[in-house]
Design a protein around this ligand. Sequence first.
Ligand code: AMP
Ligand code: ZN
Length: 114
Amino acid sequence: MTDCLFCKIVNGDIPADIVYQDDDVLAFRDISPQAPTHMLLIPKRHISTPNDLTEADVVTLGKLHLKASELAKEAGHGEQGYRTVMNCNSDGGQTVFHIHMHLLGGRALSWPPG
Ligand code: AMP
Ligand code: ZN
């Protein structure tokens, strides 16, 4: 999608601190980190919200989770723990409409979220 911030990062039109990519998945550091480790993992293919996921996205979603756990462990958060979260629409707090998994680690995170 031409007017999507994260598609522009995928295409290299906007710079990002990229930590991993393969054919399907891109991971980069959040520009406004909410924890010592705060990365975003996205499918390279544009999907607007979690509501738009289909059966065809199941493998890619699994890759996001697997890669998030690998990056969390690489960052040293495996033992202490970390959080992955995907926000949906206004009540979920979604502000960028290209689905993304937040990976947060490096501090104790409260629950329930605000
Ligand atoms: P959400 O509120 O779940 O849609 O999360 C969007 C996230 O994207 C926020 O944590 C922002 O800080 C982050 N973000 C926005 N623009 C950029 C950017 N250019 N590079 C990296 N992260 C960004
Ligand atoms: Zn997009």
